[in-house]
Design a protein around this ligand. Structure first.
Ligand code: ATP
Length: 244
């Protein structure tokens, strides 16, 4: 569903991604793990059109999307839930979600428009905390609730592929568990996801396949279970206190 081939990206003169190749098959969860600064967020930004790649190809459902602006990538069927809970603080929870649907409706394109009320209901079913807080301003939600709102809003786009960048960042352990539970539920419903996570063990627990990024290059990749049992991956990413 999503193919990244020899992707390169830079900030000014500083080359950050040196040719990354990875694939996210339909209905699977693929995780990208690695230390701070390895280039995980940069990969996500280059895929979603927030950063123009300096080389390589990205295909979504077989069609090239590399170098397209973010709104065209969204229109092609990719939703990016970025690091750091970007919600609209002065809008209610419900309006934040409807903005997700509005984005989809105004995009037109080949994808079905769907049923906004039904999608809203589905999002609120997945995130019961948001249902209770529908009329509350998003800025007054706790950090964990804002993270859930950002995920729910991305789902309102009815994406073919969902990119999740550090959905557990800064959350209390109980909420981290809840976020992973929701990722598992989305997976069981057939959602295709690329997941960047600091909690590498949990990410490999929910994922089908994993890639380890080191200094802008894929160092190791394999089925998630195999990576979890790989002594080198364990020592570098699964054993530390931070989970990095
Ligand atoms: P983290 O887990 O800390 O988020 P990451 O693997 O997501 O790490 P990136 O955020 O992709 O790493 O950063 C990769 C490299 O690019 C780092 O060296 C970082 O300093 C640099 N970088 C990231 N954003 C920018 C920017 N806007 N301008 C310049 N350099 C940047």
């Amino acid at each position: 569903m999503l193919e990244i081939q020899e992707l390169k990206a830079a900030y000014g003169q500083v080359q950050v991604l040196h040719g990354i190749t990875l694939a996210v098959p339909k209905g699977q969860v693929v995780t990208l793990i690695g230390s701070n600064g390895a280039g995980k967020t940069t990969t996500m930004r280059a895929v979603s059109g927030m950063l123009k790649p300096t080389g390589g190809r990205i295909l979504l459902g077989g069609k090239p999307i590399s170098g397209l602006p973010a709104h065209r990538v969204t229109k092609a069927g990719l939703a990016h839930c970025p690091e750091g809970r970007r919600v609209f603080p002065a809008q209610t929870v419900r309006d934040n979600l409807l903005l997700g649907a509005f984005t989809r409706l105004t995009m037109g394109g080949r994808r079905p428009k769907g049923n906004v009320a039904g999608d809203l209901d589905r999002a609120l079913d997945l995130f019961p905390r948001l249902r209770e807080r529908q009329k509350q301003l998003a800025g007054t939600l706790s950090g964990g609730e804002q993270q859930m709102l950002a995920m729910a809003r991305a789902l309102m786009l009815n994406p073919e592929v969902l990119l999740l960048d550090e959905p557990s960042m800064g959350l209390a352990p109980i909420l981290v568990e809840e976020v992973f539970h929701i990722i598992g539920r989305l997976k069981s419903e057939g959602m295709t996801m690329l997941l960047v996570e600091q909690f590498a063990a949990a990410a490999l627990g929910v994922a089908d396949y994993g890639y380890v990024l080191e200094n802008g290059r894929i160092a190791v990749h394999g089925p998630a279970l195999q990576l979890r049992n790989d002594p080198k991956v364990q020592a570098a990413y699964l054993g530390g206190t931070s989970g990095h």
